[in-house]
Design a protein around this ligand. Structure first.
Ligand SMILES: C[S@@+](CC[C@H](N)C(=O)[O-])C[C@H]1O[C@@H](n2cnc3c(N)ncnc32)[C@H](O)[C@@H]1O
Length: 235
C-alpha cells in the first residue's frame, strides 16, 4: 500500500511533459454550455437549497453529465449513491436511467433526505428512486437484496470513504463503475505530509482504488476530481 506514503510524484515524472490542458474559465463555460447546461428544475433546486441554508456542495453540472456518460457506457439500470444532499446528482443520474431503472441514494441528514425526496418527485423520478435515510455505514449492508448495482457514486463524508469502500464494492456487479467525488480535495490531495485533514480521506481512497487489483481506476480532473474505477473482477 505504498501510494499513501509516497512523496509527491513530480520528481519521478520530471522527464515526462505534462500534456493536460489546464481548465480555464472560458473553456469551462464552453464545456458546460455545449454539453451540460442545467435546466430550470436543476437551477431551481440549487436556489431553494441555498434559501434553506443547505450547503451548496453538490457536484458541478459537467460532473452530472459525466456520470450520465459513465452510466450509458455500462448500460446502468441500477445506480447507488452515497450522499444525496438535496438530490442534485441524483436527478442527473436518474435522468440517465432506462425504463425500469432504479436509483437508491443514501443520506444521513433528515432535512437533506426530505429535500432529495421532494426534488426526485419533481423530476418525475419518484417511482424509480429510493432515498434511504441513515448513516451509510449502517445502511449499505442492508441493500444486498437490491444488488447488484451497475454504478455507485460515493459523495458523502470524505474521511469515511474508506469505510464505504468494501460495502459498496460488495453491492456492485463485475464490470460496474465506482466513482468517488472530491478526489482532488480542492487541489490539495498531492501535497506532502502533513496533508490537510480534508485531503487525507480522498488520498486514502485514491490509493485504495489505484492499488486494488479488482479495479482499473483513474483520477479524472473534472470538478473537484472524480476517481473512477471499473470493477474488473468479482467484487
Ligand atoms: C457532498 S454532499 C452530497 C452531494 C450530492 N451527491 C450532489 O452532488 O448533489 C454529502 C452528503 O453526504 C451526507 N453524509 C455525510 N455522511 C454520511 C453518512 N455517513 N451516510 C450518509 N450520508 C452522509 C451529508 O449529510 C451530505 O448531505
Amino acid at each position: 500500500m505504498g501510494l499513501t506514503r509516497r512523496p509527491p510524484v513530480r520528481r519521478r515524472l520530471r522527464s515526462i511533459p505534462m500534456k493536460g490542458q489546464p481548465l480555464t474559465e472560458p473553456l469551462w463555460e464552453y464545456i458546460v454550455s455545449t454539453f451540460a447546461e442545467e435546466d430550470a428544475l436543476l437551477r431551481a433546486m440549487v436556489e431553494e437549497a441555498k434559501a434553506a441554508a443547505i450547503p451548496l456542495i453538490h457536484i458541478a453540472p459537467e460532473q452530472g453529465k459525466f456520470l450520465q456518460v459513465l452510466m450509458k457506457l455500462v448500460s446502468a439500470k441500477k445506480v447507488l449513491e452515497v450522499g444525496s444532499l438535496f438530490g442534485y446528482s441524483a436527478v442527473w443520474m436518474g435522468r440517465a436511467l432506462p425504463p425500469g431503472g432504479r436509483l437508491v441514494t443514501l443520506e444521513l441528514e433528515a432535512k437533506h433526505a426530505a429535500m432529495t425526496r421532494t426534488n426526485l418527485e419533481r423530476a418525475g423520478l419518484g417511482p424509480v428512486a429510493r432515498v434511504v435515510e441513515g448513516d451509510a455505514r449502517k445502511t449499505l449492508p442492508t441493500l444486498a437484496g437490491e444488488a447488484p448495482f451497475d454504478l455507485a457514486f460515493v459523495d458523502a463524508a470524505k474521511m469515511q470513504y474508506i469505510e464505504y469502500f468494501e460495502p459498496v464494492l460488495a453491492l456492485l456487479r463485475p464490470g460496474a463503475v465506482l466513482v468517488a467525488d472530491n478526489a482532488s480535495a480542492h487541489g490539495e490531495v498531492w501535497k506532502s505530509d502533513p496533508i490537510p485533514e480534508r485531503a487525507a480521506g480522498a488520498r486514502a481512497m485514491n490509493a485504495r482504488m489505484a492499488e486494488d487489483p479488482r479495479l482499473t481506476s483513474l483520477l479524472v480532473p473534472i470538478g473537484d476530481g472524480m476517481c473512477v474505477g471499473v470493477l474488473t473482477a468479482g467484487g
